[in-house]
Design a protein around this ligand. Structure first.
Ligand code: FE
Ligand code: ZN
Length: 537
């Protein structure tokens, strides 16, 4: 047994107990494990039983795939349509840090003496409108009735989107009429009760609407439908197109329809040249909080660090958006105390307030909670209580819930901390926890942030499904995975907002390498995104 665990752990992958049990039943578990490993394009954090079974299907047609790197360069190759530039703060390339420090000093003196640096953002009033947020609207008591309301709202909202926006299911019929019609091609919309792989390797989907239930099948030999079926999650709303089998007991799927985004989707821009910067997962209170890099960031924001171009960028930043895990919290994972430098929750927020007070006062800060924060763990999460909000004085701060849709000068942002990315990565074999942008694309295709009930993401049964993406944002930002990435999907800018916490002991144990102290910056008047890097100085 240990040798099997070792085969996987040497690649940084953990296997779940049921997966291990499954492997141990094989004739030669070691050989089987090695063959499974050879099937992996990348090594996931956790290998689930479903993933192993799916990989097993391909074992006969083994192709040796290169182990792709997972750096930003690799990600950017998949998203060629966006201009992605990482701007290291000056001094990173070809200069020793000592020379650089002197240069900053000189620059600093120069700025102070000539005071040529004028922040453009200071000339504009902030303009924030909250569009969709659970804060103050929670109705959930956790009753069965609440759950019924949540799922019926999810169904109604997404059925409407599917019917009106997807031609393929515009002629949808109720499931109970299935046997009464004589169409060549039948269209259905429903919630996925169950999805699994059959012994023959086909994908079975049980679909339900308000009139009935049907068992549908995506045949393995029909590769395009089968690939689509691999993306289907339990509890999500999908459209299917197909025919009843001759015996009339199975619905054979010819196409699966996700809501998706129109190819003509238009990205809104501002007419004023201001920027929004994203700083995710600060984890104040953690021993690994990167105070040195934070101080450099503040220096840069104040126009005292960087070359002329970089200081100009700093001066255009009007908004700082923080998508969750603003403090490290307490009792979030076992033995967290030893990783904390501030062990009192309120003191963590006080320290955060001190750090944020360093930010120039013309910059508006938008703060969202994450799974480490002092709000209810179930999503959607309302924002912080008044006693925490009152700790922050001096800056213009807007507290929002998680998730939240809001606009800044008419540019719409969907901000979601991102806890459900683990559910996506463990249930869909083509997605990986360390490729958040790919997961975000699938979320947009499904128009849902966290469909699976009973997975890793706790969901509160609100009467409206706040996790549905019923408005297409211009910018979609997540945090949580502590990676930094920028991308694009059908006119929507995708951002994963890095973190301000070095690798923790827990992450080391899980062999997870974060990509901290980077700042994605959205140019609101052009739609372009760039990234600042505060690591090498
Ligand atoms: Fe975090
Ligand atoms: Zn988190």
């Amino acid at each position: 047994m240990e040798s099997i665990i070792k085969i996987f752990s040497s690649h940084g992958t953990l296997i779940q107990p049921d997966t291990l049990e499954y492997i141990l039943k094989k004739d030669d578990p070691e050989e089987f494990s090695n063959r499974i490993i050879s099937q992996l394009k990348e090594y996931p954090l956790i290998l689930t039983l479903n993933q192993v079974k799916e990989l097993e299907e391909n074992l006969d047609e083994t192709i040796d795939l290169p182990h792709a790197g997972i750096d930003e360069e690799e990600i950017s190759k998949h998203i060629p349509s966006i201009r992605q530039i990482t701007i290291p703060v000056e001094g990173e390339i070809g200069q020793s840090s000592i020379q650089f420090k002197e240069e900053i000093k000189d620059n600093g003196r120069e700025i102070i003496s000539t005071s040529t640096w004028k922040p453009v953002a200071k000339e504009y009033q902030s303009d924030i409108k909250i569009i969709k947020d659970i804060t103050g609207k929670s109705l959930s008591e956790g009753s069965t009735e609440d759950f019924a309301k949540l799922f019926s709202d999810r169904f109604e909202t997404l059925r409407k989107i599917l019917r009106t926006q997807r031609r393929e299911v515009a002629q949808v019929i109720p499931i109970n009429r299935l046997k009464k019609v004589d169409f060549k091609e039948i269209q259905l919309i429903g919630i996925v009760n169950e999805v699994r792989t059959t012994v023959n390797g086909n994908r079975l989907i049980e679909l339900e609407d308000d009139t009935g239930i049907v068992t549908a099948i995506a045949l393995k030999k029909q590769s395009d439908v089968f690939q689509q079926a691999k993306l289907v999650l339990e509890d999500e709303i999908i459209g299917i197109v197909g025919q009843l089998s001759k015996q009339g007991d199975l619905f054979v799927i010819s196409k699966i329809v996700f809501p998706d985004i129109s190819l003509n989707n238009h990205h809104h821009t501002t007419d004023i040249p201001i920027y929004a910067a994203f700083i995710g997962d600060l984890h104040v209170g953690s021993r690994e909080f990167m105070e040195h890099q934070w101080n450099l960031f503040i220096k840069w924001l104040k126009g005292k660090l960087g070359n002329i171009r970089q200081r100009e960028v700093a001066g255009r930043i009007k908004y700082l958006i923080i998508p969750g895990d603003v403090v490290d919290g307490i009792g979030v994972y076992p033995n967290q105390e030893k990783d904390l430098i501030i062990t009192d929750l309120y003191k963590q927020y006080e320290a955060l307030a001190d750090y944020l007070s360093m930010i120039p006062d013309y910059i508006s800060v938008i703060i969202q909670p994450g799974n480490h924060d002092a709000v209810r763990p179930a999503e959607p999460q309302p924002t912080f209580e008044k006693e925490i909000q009152d700790l922050f004085t001096g800056n213009d701060i807007t507290f929002i819930g998680n998730p939240c849709s809001f606009t800044i000068h008419g540019v719409e942002i969907l901000s979601y901390h991102g806890q459900s990315m683990l559910d996506y990565a463990t249930r869909i074999s083509t997605l990986k926890y360390n490729e958040p942008l790919e997961i975000m694309k699938v979320m947009l295709q499904k128009h849902h942030l966290a469909p699976v009930y009973g997975g890793y993401t706790p969901l509160a049964p609100e009467h409206r499904d706040y996790m549905v993406i019923d408005r297409i944002p211009d910018i979609f930002v997540t945090g949580h995975v502590h990676l930094a990435g920028i991308g694009e999907y059908r006119g929507v800018t995708l951002i994963n907002a890095s973190s301000w916490q070095k690798q923790t002991g827990y992450q080391k144990m899980m062999n997870f390498i974060p990509n901290p102290a980077k700042i994605p910056i959205a140019e609101l008047h052009t739609g372009k995104v760039t990234m600042m890097d505060f690591n090498s100085i």
